[in-house]
Structure formats: structure tokens, C-alpha cells
Design a protein around this ligand. Structure first.
Ligand code: GLN
Length: 252
């Protein structure tokens, strides 16, 4: 068995909706298919060990109720070791509710504010109308081929990016960060935030490999052996075709 490759799952019992678990399976399998000894560490509430062993952290989505149950724990127990792990080269994929709590705050539609850990320069305030449906994004990440990312969104939060954060891409279909500036997600340092559930990575194998490669840079690895992604990319293509249909209907 090859080198260890560790995925850290933040709050698997509370922040895990709309198939987010699929991202964990994808990261573990794609590392395993490259000969790594792929392991999962579940990081629930309370003080947790092993955060310094993690290569990629995954922080999934959750309704306001779940976010209310984790934000204090995130501040008290997770922020320090997470920042240390990122300093040591770990990367973070955060989806929706998780993405929001890595920013400065998430404010519910009733005005309740949950402070975030401020790891990324974004802030989120919920609106009355939920953004629900397929989402297609044209990414800013130069090395990604195809240039599209596909997923599913379901959120009330409207996220605004500050000057230190740049978008993951622009929306070709869907609402993305706030339904106004046609931007989706956030790229800042080792953090990739997005509103795309679905789950995201099974239908975007190129993004999964981008994250794995980013986590392996500290080991001097910058190439991954190619995999047969024909099934994954066929699913990706199917969503693009469906989106075309939507867009066609929208512009009629
Ligand atoms: N509760 C947050 C919102 O509504 C996040 C939802 C989610 O993770 N899907 O925006």
C-alpha cells in the first residue's frame, strides 16, 4: 500500500445534505486509484485529534438549524488546528452552509447572525426566496478542462465576496453566490467554496483531481496518473445538455 492520503470530514453527522457524502467517496477513490492508502477521518463536535494528518478537509452543507449547532464548535475547537493544517499545505473544499461559515458570518432570514471563522473574505445574508435548481459554472481555474462545473443549488444565503476572495467562476445557469453578480463560489488560498451540491465531485472529476493535486504539492507531486472518466464526463455532459434546454426555454 502506498503513501497515506487523508480526507477530513467536518461534522459528517450535521453538515451533510444533497449528496455531499459523494464528495468524500470521490476523493478517497481517486486517491486510491493512484495507489495511495486513502483514509477518512471524521471530525465531529468537540476537541479532535488527527487534524494535522489531513490532506483535504471537506465541510458540507446544512440547514440553518445545523449551522446553529456547529458554528460555536468551529470557532472554539476547529479554527486553530484548521488554520495550522492549511499553513502545512492542507486544502479545504466547502459547500454551501460550510462555505458560508468559513467566511466572516452567516445571517439567517430572521436576522440571526452566526459568526464564521473568517478564513475567506466573504459574508452571507439570507434572503426570503430560496435559490433552488441545476447550476452550471464557467470556472476561473485556468488548468481545468472542461471549463465547466455542474451541480445543484438549494440555499437562501446571498454571499458577497470581499477584495481578498475571487470567484470560482461565473454562472451560465443558476443563481450562484447571490443571484445578482453572476458569480459562483470562492477561491482564496487553500480554500475552495461553492454552492454546488449534487454531489459536486462525481460529475466534475477534473475538479476532484485539481483538489487532490493541490493537496499533494507539499509532497512535490504535481501530476496524477490519468483515469478513465468517461462515465463521470458523460454525466457532466448530460447536465450541460439539460442546461442548454433550460437556457433555450428561458430565452424563447
Ligand atoms: N442554511 C444555508 C442557506 O440556506 C445553507 C443551506 C445549504 O447548505 N444547502 O443558505
Amino acid at each position: 500500500m502506498g503513501d497515506k492520503f487523508t480526507v477530513g470530514w467536518l461534522y459528517p453527522d450535521l453538515m451533510n445534505i444533497y449528496g455531499d457524502r459523494g464528495n468524500i467517496l470521490t476523493l478517497l477513490k481517486r486517491a486510491e486509484w493512484r495507489g495511495f492508502d486513502a483514509r477518512l477521518v471524521e471530525l465531529g463536535r468537540g476537541a479532535t485529534k488527527q487534524m494535522d494528518e489531513v490532506d483535504i478537509f471537506f465541510f458540507g452543507g446544512g440547514q440553518d438549524r445545523e449551522q446553529a449547532l456547529v458554528y460555536e464548535d468551529l470557532l472554539e475547537f476547529k479554527q486553530p488546528p484548521l488554520e495550522q493544517a492549511v499553513k502545512n499545505g492542507a486544502v479545504i473544499l466547502a459547500v454551501c452552509g460550510g462555505y458560508q461559515l468559513l467566511g466572516s458570518y452567516y445571517q439567517t432570514a430572521d436576522g440571526e447572525r452566526y459568526p464564521g471563522i473568517g478564513m475567506i473574505d466573504v459574508r452571507t445574508e439570507a434572503g426570503k426566496k430560496r435559490f433552488i435548481g441545476d447550476i452550471v459554472v464557467e470556472t476561473e481555474i485556468a488548468t481545468l478542462e472542461p471549463k465547466t462545473l455542474v451541480g445543484f443549488e438549494n440555499h437562501s444565503g446571498r454571499t458577497l465576496l470581499g477584495p481578498k476572495a475571487r470567484p470560482l467562476g461565473k454562472t451560465l445557469l443558476g443563481h450562484g453566490n447571490n443571484g445578482a453578480d453572476h458569480m459562483e463560489g470562492c477561491l482564496q488560498g487553500a480554500v475552495l467554496g461553492t454552492y454546488m451540491h449534487g454531489s459536486l465531485l462525481p460529475k466534475n472529476p477534473h475538479l476532484a483531481d485539481y483538489l487532490i493535486r493541490s493537496a499533494l504539492i507539499k509532497r512535490g507531486v504535481d501530476e496524477l496518473s490519468p483515469l478513465d472518466d468517461s462515465v463521470e464526463l458523460a454525466a457532466h455532459e448530460r447536465i450541460l445538455q439539460r442546461a442548454q434546454h433550460h437556457l433555450h426555454l428561458q430565452h424563447r
